[in-house]
Design a protein around this ligand. Structure first.
Ligand code: MN
Ligand code: MN
Length: 313
């Protein structure tokens, strides 16, 4: 049997190791199918900070998640070898140095064939992760769930921030533009057409109001058909959810997705050739109930549940 999360019937859920789902720790990805990696960083944010505490809080809330997905039948731990690879040793005084460190850390791990699942951290971490992913897999398809398109050119003159990630990824050809799907966009812009340039690159954009009161299962099917078997990265910004569901984040925008819609979307993506995922922008200081991290941890489990090779019962 592969590694199993510690059962809540063997050791009380409020104790034990502070790893994701209380899985074993691993120093190397050599024997793994899936590795959870924390990036405790908030120095790329532009409004409220706090995501440096995200990985710890996501791991803490993950202690309640049981290994079988009763709703979908997914049994990831029946087949995939999973472990927690710990946190990236970022330089909290330098965003640019941290970005370099993240790429180097992921490039070293990705010498092994495994799927990194990243616990953020602010969204600026996705750029260095994608650099390492693309170096291994080539340009990837991207499912990007977010209130924001994150396609600014510069913020305060900086080219690498949580609001510029996908412009850089496009310029560096880390992602295949017509296979980029940005879902949940909304809010206000610096200009009236903040998102339209990226649409011109080929990005497929789905504004939140287009999805109000609707199931996201048809959208997931459409995305899956368009991406086909190309290696795909899923980046999940928790602020895609309405602040009613996920208030604990740095840049909340009203009128967002619901938790059931998030589940429909992720579950509908099963079958994609996913080579990496992240869950970013959980900010525990603004998450007074813990619900945002709880939701984020469960969305990580849902993404784990749709990875290639997961058996369904
Ligand atoms: Mn974002
Ligand atoms: Mn966002």
């Amino acid at each position: 049997m592969p590694n199993q999360p510690i059962s809540g019937n063997d050791l009380a859920r409020f104790s034990g190791p502070q790893t994701f789902m209380r899985l074993p720790e691993a120093a190397s990805a050599a024997a793994l199918d899936v590795g959870f990696i924390g990036i405790p960083m908030d120095i790329g944010t532009s409004w409220r900070s706090g995501t440096r505490m995200g990985p710890k809080q996501l791991r803490e809330q993950s202690a309640m998640i049981r290994p079988y997905n009763i709703q979908t039948g997914a049994a990831p731990f029946d087949a995939l070898q999973c472990a927690d690879l710990g946190d990236v040793a970022i330089n909290t005084f330098s965003l640019s140095d941290s970005i370099r460190i993240i790429t180097e850390t992921y490039a070293a791990h990705l010498k092994h064939d495994f799927i990194p699942m990243t616990l953020g951290g602010d969204h600026s971490l996705t750029l260095p992760v994608l650099r390492a992913i693309a170096a291994k897999h080539g340009s990837v398809a991207l499912v990007h769930v977010d209130a924001h398109a994150d396609v600014n050119d510069k913020m305060f003159g900086e080219r690498e921030t949580h609001g510029t990630v996908f412009r850089r990824a496009y310029e560096e050809k880390l992602i295949t533009p017509d296979k980029v799907f940005q879902i949940g966009l909304r809010g206000t812009g610096y200009t009236a057409d903040d998102f339209t340039e990226a649409a011109g690159w080929g990005f497929n954009q789905y504004l939140a109001p287009q999805m109000w009161h609707k199931s996201l299962s048809p959208l997931a099917a459409e995305i899956k058909a368009k991406i086909g078997d190309q290696p795909c990265y899923v980046t999940y910004d928790i602020d895609s959810l309405d602040p009613a569901y996920a208030p604990g984040t740095g840049t909340p925008e009203i009128g967002g997705l619901t938790t059931p819609q998030a589940l429909e979307l992720i579950r509908g993506l099963r079958g994609l050739n996913i080579v990496g995922c992240d869950l970013v922008e959980v900010s525990p200081p603004y998450d007074t109930s813990g619900n945002t991290a709880l939701t984020g941890a469960n969305l990580m489990f849902e993404m784990l549940s749709i990875l290639p090779g997961v058996p369904y019962r």
